[in-house]
Design a binder for this molecule. Structure first.
Ligand SMILES: NC(=O)c1ccc[n+]([C@@H]2O[C@H](COP(=O)([O-])OP(=O)(O)OC[C@H]3O[C@@H](n4cnc5c(N)ncnc54)[C@H](OP(=O)(O)O)[C@@H]3O)[C@@H](O)[C@H]2O)c1
Length: 334
């Protein structure tokens, strides 16, 4: 089988396609013939600097992929050959709060990921693909989809009638826009691009702010909420946006913190003064993924795929993400 591996010091140019034997599923494992991967900013940053994540040797990148079960190992009862499946980001997080035992099981980080023609997953590290979704659509769910769900409803506790601030138009933010629309939550969405803002409007974004044209975008957010602030921010920006996010939140509001897109200095005073709850989020467990899938089915939601590249040209997907011209998700067809 063909696989892609991160080699040496990393970088998109150091991604190599190599051949390996197709693995055999051991007890409790399933062998999946991959049909699609979707990439996340985390996959790009892992490829660019594997050492920062403690990755030394060749490593298959990407947490997110979907395919068809080819074979199952001894004791597997949940899946059979021919089933359409999507992997879970963490192979060992069935349910409950995150704990240290979860961390070593992240695909495309501490263990090999999905950018391969065949992949072994744990039986408990996969879910059936909802019937209405293609392989490409299903591949977008494990990281970006589930993180958006967790940030909005679980960590963020958002509900109908509230207002949520979404930063940019990448994978997580666009999923969050779709889920917010589904749940009757008002959104204020920012972007560097007028064209992307117009696209977000078609997904139901209620208010739009161009953060390039309005570097003090927290003031726009306060004006749009009559001086009150939003109930929740899904913080994808990181240190470069966190303080402005805090200035955009209402007193007693929440921030779901996931991002590492930008750097900067933070003055923590505003978090105290506004009694803000800041909650770090790392994707989510399998039972939360199952609940999200039910919502996708019941609301006929399809993920937004902006661009698709072929497995042979996988490097192109990361180059696209580096340019940040995408809206929603970038997919690699296998
Ligand atoms: N902790 C977790 O579980 C978890 C899970 C998923 C993602 N993340 C993190 O969340 C972030 C987003 O991930 P993603 O995969 O959705 O990324 P992505 O698809 O690459 O999104 C990039 C987009 O973010 C926007 N952006 C970049 N810098 C910004 C800034 N300073 N202010 C506002 N928006 C900015 C831009 O939107 P415009 O082009 O519209 O301006 C850009 O196109 C990353 O930092 C990622 O590491 C964390």
């Amino acid at each position: 089988m063909k696989i892609w591996v991160i080699e040496g010091e990393g970088g998109v140019d150091n991604l190599r396609q190599v051949e390996r034997d197709v693995p055999k599923p051991g007890p409790g494992e399933i062998l999946v013939r991959m049909k699609a991967n979707a990439i996340n900013y985390r996959d790009l940053s892992t490829i660019m600097n594997p050492a920062a994540r403690g990755i030394a040797g060749p490593r298959i990148p990407n947490s997110d992929g979907a395919g068809i079960v080819e074979d199952v190992g001894a004791g597997v009862t949940a899946f059979k050959a021919g089933d359409r499946v999507v992997g879970t980001f963490f192979q060992d997080w069935p349910a409950g709060p995150i704990h240290a035992g979860v961390m070593p099981s992240a695909l495309g980080g501490p263990i090999d990921g999905m950018l391969a023609e065949y992949v072994l997953l744990k039986e408990g590290g996969a879910l059936p693909i909802p019937d209405h979704l293609s392989f490409a659509e299903a591949a977008t769910l494990p990281c970006a989809g589930l993180t958006a769900w967790n940030c909005l409803f679980e960590a963020g506790k958002a509900r109908a009638g509230q207002t949520v601030l979404l930063l940019g138009t990448g994978g997580v933010s666009i999923f969050a826009q779709q889920f917010a629309k589904m749940a009757g939550i008002r959104t204020i969405l920012t972007s560097s691009s007028e064209e992307k803002l117009a696209r977000a409007k078609t997904l139901g974004a209620n208010d739009l702010v161009n953060y390039r044209q309005h570097p003090d975008w927290e003031k726009n957010v306060m004006n749009l909420t009559d001086g009150r602030g939003v109930d929740l921010v899904i913080e994808v920006g990181g240190a470069g946006t966190l303080e402005k996010s805090a200035l955009s939140v209402r007193i007693g509001g929440r921030i779901s913190l996931i991002g590492i897109l930008s750097g900067g200095q933070i003055d923590p005073t505003v978090f105290m003064r506004k009694s803000i709850t800041l909650k770090g989020v790392y994707v989510g467990p399998r039972d939360m993924f199952r609940a999200m899938n039910a919502a996708l089915v019941n609301n006929d939601i399809h993920p937004v795929i902006d661009a698709t590249v072929d497995f042979a040209n996988a490097q192109e997907a990361y180059r696209m993400m580096e340019k940040a011209t995408h809206f929603g998700k970038i997919v690699i067809n296998i």
